[in-house]
Ligand binder design. Structure first.
Ligand SMILES: NC(=O)c1ccc[n+]([C@@H]2O[C@H](COP(=O)([O-])OP(=O)(O)OC[C@H]3O[C@@H](n4cnc5c(N)ncnc54)[C@H](O)[C@@H]3O)[C@@H](O)[C@H]2O)c1
Length: 310
């Protein structure tokens, strides 16, 4: 297929573009920043550029990963978020319909799924996050991503364009700020997060490949894309009060593997993103999870996805 990939110079784009090419697709990348996979230097907020990109390259499918996202809150104003994330998505959807694009995959984010309880750290148990959770975005990033999701849904309802939305969990290489009081090293934190809120960049790319293939069959749906959690809902209370005990129950070998590395588990886990629908309806499961990571660590190897930095 001839695929327009937005955000082709970004972290996801760097993983996804070569993967799509390896599968035999023609990839036309659009990004205002130059990059190996970027064919068109420019912004999706520019409707005429989007129209031309789709028309000139006879685009058959769009993977829309380009965005201003959380780190850009420090560098861009809210208007820029609206222009790129809302108007940019609208431009892509409208031109998809006008020019007969057959399918559309939109990269959204689990960061618009944070409950008041999680934010205030007042919950007595871990919040179990499924696609049924009603998002309440906490910043302009989440608000514009949610607006873009609604534009996707509306376009599907009005015109039948097949659209898959992937609410992707974190796969960024740098270490996050504030979610936990992080004493652990970067690789330690990322390994812990694979239990409930992270996936590798390779798996993020692969989830997009799966969504691309299934979009026409599914029509429209929203999926949380995250590594499969080992936890059950019945663990929710204990996760909030004694996460290491819960993890040790599922992975009796983790304390010794972690011990050798001087690593620790988070004291509490306040939410779990559930990939059940991704697995059941999209037929996709991340190749890497906490178990495969432990197995690699047990062999004395350090997985690259835990150490890569941007
Ligand atoms: N990295 C994560 O952990 C994570 C988690 C959840 C969702 N996401 C989503 O995944 C997608 C890709 O994120 P990433 O981590 O690769 O971020 P990134 O910043 O590395 O890549 C985003 C790309 O979008 C490009 N872009 C910005 N404005 C644009 C415009 N006007 N037109 C076209 N492209 C534009 C940027 O130049 C950049 O290359 C984003 O939609 C983001 O919201 C990322």
């Amino acid at each position: 297929m001839r695929i327009l990939l937005t955000g082709s110079s970004g972290w996801l784009g760097q993983w996804l573009a070569p993967r799509l090419v390896a599968l035999g697709h023609d990839v036309i990348g659009i990004d205002p920043v130059p990059g190996a996979a970027t064919t068109i230097l420019g912004s999706i907020a520019d409707r005429s550029l989007v129209r031309q990109a789709i028309g000139d390259h006879r685009i058959e499918a769009i993977i829309h990963g380009g965005a201003l996202h959380k780190p850009n809150i420090e560098t861009h104003d809210r208007q820029a978020f609206l222009d790129v994330n809302v108007t940019g998505t609208f431009n892509l959807l409208e031109e998809s319909v006008a020019q007969g694009v057959s399918r559309f995959v939109f990269t959204s984010t689990t960061s618009l799924m944070v409950s008041r309880d999680v934010r205030a750290a007042t919950a007595d148990e871990a919040v179990w996050m499924t696609e049924d959770f009603v998002p309440m975005p906490r910043n302009i990033y989440g608000v514009t991503k949610l607006a873009a999701e609604h534009l996707c849904r509306l376009t599907h309802e009005l015109h039948g364009l097949p659209v898959i939305i992937l609410r992707t969990a974190r796969f960024f290489p740098e270490i996050d700020d504030m979610a936990h009081e992080i004493r652990q090293s970067g690789p330690n934190t990322k390994a812990n997060e694979l239990l409930f809120r992270r996936l590798t960049a390779a798996d993020a790319a692969e989830a997009h490949v799966a969504a691309l293939a299934k979009a026409p069959e599914i029509g429209f749906d929203v999926f949380i894309a995250v590594a499969k959690t080992p936890f059950a809902r019945s663990d929710a209370r204990e996760l909030m009060h004694n996460a290491p005990a819960v993890v040790a129950r599922y992975f009796p070998d983790y304390p010794s593997i972690y011990g050798k590395l001087g690593w620790t588990m988070f004291d509490r886990i306040d939410r779990v993103y559930d990939s059940a629908r991704l697995e059941q309806r999209l037929g996709f499961r991340c190749a890497t999870d906490f178990r495969t990571t432990l197995d690699t660590l047990a062999r004395g190897e350090m997985p690259a996805y835990l150490t890569t930095s941007a």
